[in-house]
Design a protein around this ligand. Structure first.
Ligand SMILES: Nc1ncnc2c1ncn2[C@@H]1O[C@H](COP(=O)(O)OP(=O)(O)OC[C@H]2O[C@@H]([n+]3cccc(C(=O)O)c3)[C@H](O)[C@@H]2O)[C@@H](O)[C@H]1O
Ligand SMILES: Nc1ncnc2c1ncn2[C@@H]1O[C@H](COP(=O)(O)OP(=O)(O)OP(=O)(O)O)[C@@H](O)[C@H]1O
Ligand SMILES: NC(=O)CC[C@H](N)C(=O)O
Length: 583
């Protein structure tokens, strides 16, 4: 047996910020080396950020990534960390043409490198490319065809990149065939509700298949609609958990692993899935065990509501920070959607950076104004009131609108007003629409749907209530003031665009609506299958027709944090112009 002190850096990176990301690698390598690490790892595409989308198609960006990698190798050595191998993800290109994938020479690759003694000693590309959900890596990348193995202090470490673990075959069985003592996978795995359990099961299963200890290093942070929740995992060859990092927290997991010593006669040649073993020896001599030994720990897990709420906070914070904004602006109606959005914003950016505007019209109830004011008092956000009556009257005088046009005008005036204040004061506008509304198109185009980011666009209305209650309960348990006024939670949802209007005038009860939507949107079931589950046929047809009709509206909605297996974003790509009707 040999001992290896492994440092898994569960950190954030910013798409396109090659310099800043390289600085992070240097900083965290310093930290890892100070902890005595023999092998230091960083997440998938750490240098470029993930996902880079069509930036991968730009040769200038690919070249900049390659140059940045080489320069990083040199800087690590200059800083005195050259003896410690560093595994880091980056964007590369393939030297040879790949007719099998229809790609000419120079096609991009989702790659990783081992840096040692100032050199890039080994590079390899992801073998299995994900091409479903939010991923379309076959659009960009050519898969790798090697099985990289590095010998570090007498241990053979097989390397893999994210999806390599998710699909059968390839690098997991190849690691076993290559006789690896450790399988190290670097990842950028976007958050989804319940995915942590799936990942844990996956890593345990793959460790057993690979027949060796398996380390799964995850990224944290946010990129547009995606959140990366961390939760790095190390399991032994029987699938027993050795260490689990905290969810949503940046940090470095350092632990000593007792691993089988590498064979004197290493396996070479082509193994599973046609993967050619490519080996490098970075340090052959086994080290004496370190004292004291660093053992793994399992960070406590967040319960489901807290986990989802935290993902929403992280997604919003990342979007604002990475796009250069410190403050946000929200129309506060006193209702639950804008209240939850405001609570999230206060948690993400601090109440001092959250600006609310109450914009009452002649149809606004007293409680809508009072509840907005109460929200401001409870959270400490800035609130002002700008009645829209005079603007509304001016439009009506010029245009003489009636019915829906008159109703929507109020929402549009609020949208225009928010964008005007955004321009003037520099806060980005948050769109407070939820997933149920987005599904059926229950919002006004260029009205309440304006904004830069939709923090709750992947949260069904029934879950909006649940999260609001959880947030209030969590505050009370910590001895803090619950942020959301009780009456915002208990009153019937209303758009207040005409006297006495409530959402259920136009929509089925949210409980039924959400259950049907989960089947149609999240699971892609057809009308017949949903009705067969016992739902009222007329209600199902109505909901499906509304959902289909609203595609054009969704396409114009701002991006927002994905928390479900199928959010309205890159996950769900439907034609706007379509004659197909389920009903
Ligand atoms: N296929 C298509 N492709 C592109 N554009 C299309 C289109 N079909 C209609 N349009 C355009 O869209 C317009 C209709 O959309 P839009 O103007 O939004 O109006 P619309 O969807 O007809 O009405 C908005 C609905 O949302 C409700 N609402 C509004 C505000 C807040 C809330 C809430 O509770 O949160 C609810 C409101 O009560 C009403 O039922 C049409 O006049 C047309 O210009
Ligand atoms: N009187 C108002 N003052 C400020 N903003 C408003 C007002 N009415 C509506 N809005 C904005 O428009 C959005 C749509 O709200 P609306 O009241 O129509 O229904 P909702 O979807 O139930 O939202 P909420 O639960 O926040 O009320 C609100 O979230 C808010 O941002
Ligand atoms: N970056 C990746 O390859 C991610 C794909 C993987 N299935 C995941 O969601 O974690």
């Amino acid at each position: 047996m040999a001992q290896l002190r492994l440092a898994l850096n569960q950190i954030d990176s910013t798409v396109g910020d090659l310099e800043g990301n390289a600085e992070s690698v240097l900083r965290w390598t310093r930290h890892s080396v100070e902890q005595g690490a023999h092998l230091v790892a960083f997440p998938e595409m750490m240098l470029t950020g993930y996902p880079v989308e069509d930036l991968a198609l730009r040769a200038s960006f690919v070249e900049a990534s390659r140059a940045s990698l080489r320069s990083l190798a040199g800087r690590l050595a200059e800083e005195g960390f050259g003896e410690v191998p560093v595994v880091v993800g980056y964007l590369d290109r393939c030297e040879q043409a790949q007719p099998r994938y229809g790609q000419p020479a120079g096609a991009p690759q989702n790659a990783a490198a081992v840096l040692h003694r100032g050199e890039v000693v080994l590079t390899f590309a992801k073998h299995h490319l994900p091409n479903y959900g939010v991923f379309d890596e076959f659009r960009y990348f050519v898969p790798g065809d090697t099985m990289p193995v590095i010998r570090v202090h007498g241990v053979d470490v097989a390397l893999a990149i994210c999806e390599d673990l998710w699909q059968d075959g390839g690098r997991v069985p190849a690691a076993r065939s290559a006789g690896a003592g450790l399988l190290l996978s670097i990842n950028a795995s976007p958050y989804e509700r319940d995915k942590d359990d799936t990942r844990l099961d996956l890593v345990r299963k793959r460790a057993q298949e690979a027949g060796c200890t398996t380390a799964y290093l995850a990224m944290i942070g946010g990129q547009d609609e995606l959140v990366f929740d961390g939760d790095s995992i190390v399991v032994d060859r029987d699938g027993g958990v050795i260490a689990r990092a905290p969810q949503f927290e940046q940090g470095c997991v350092v632990l000593d692993l007792d691993l089988p010593a590498a064979a004197a006669e290493p396996v070479t040649g082509v193994v599973d899935d046609g993967l050619r073993i490519e080996r490098r020896v970075v340090s052959a001599e086994p080290l004496a065990p370190y004292e004291p030994e660093v053992t793994g720990s399992e960070a406590p897990r967040l319960e489901d509501d807290e986990e989802i709420y935290t993902a929403l906070v992280v997604g919003l914070r990342a979007y604002a920070a990475k796009n250069g904004f410190r403050s946000v602006l929200i129309g506060l109606s006193g209702g639950i959607d804008s209240a939850l959005t405001a609570a999230l914003a206060c948690d993400a950016l601090g109440a001092e950076n959250v600006y609310g505007i109450s914009m009452p019209s002649r149809y606004s109830s007293e409680h809508s104004k009072d509840d907005a004011a109460e929200l401001a008092v409870r959270t400490g956000l800035h609130l002002r009131s700008v009645p829209i009556g005079p603007m509304f009257d001016a439009y009506m005088e010029s245009l003489g609108l009636t019915g829906l046009a008159e109703e929507n005008l109020q929402s549009r005036l609020r949208g225009t007003l928010l964008m005007a204040v955004s321009n003037q004061e520099g806060h980005i506008v948050l769109a407070p629409g939820n997933k149920s509304e987005l599904a059926v198109g229950y919002s006004t185009l260029y009205g309440d749907s304006v904004g830069a980011y939709g923090p709750i666009k992947d949260v069904y209305k029934t879950y909006v209530f649940r999260l609001a209650k959880w947030r209030n309960r969590a505050a009370a348990e910590r001895g803090h003031t619950p942020p959301i006024p009780e009456s915002s939670i208990t009153k019937p949802p209303s758009a207040e665009l005409r006297p006495g209007q409530v959402d259920t005038d136009s929509l089925p009860d949210y409980d039924v609506l959400d259950r049907v939507l989960k089947r149609y949107v999240d699971r892609d079931l057809g009308a017949a299958e949903i009705i067969a589950e016992g739902f009222d046929a007329a209600t199902v047809h109505r909901i499906l027709a509304m959902t289909d009709r609203a595609e054009y509206k969704r396409r114009q909605y701002p991006p927002g944090t994905k928390i479900s297996p199928k959010g309205f974003g890159k996950d769900r790509r439907l034609p706007i112009t379509s004659a197909w009707r389920e009903s």
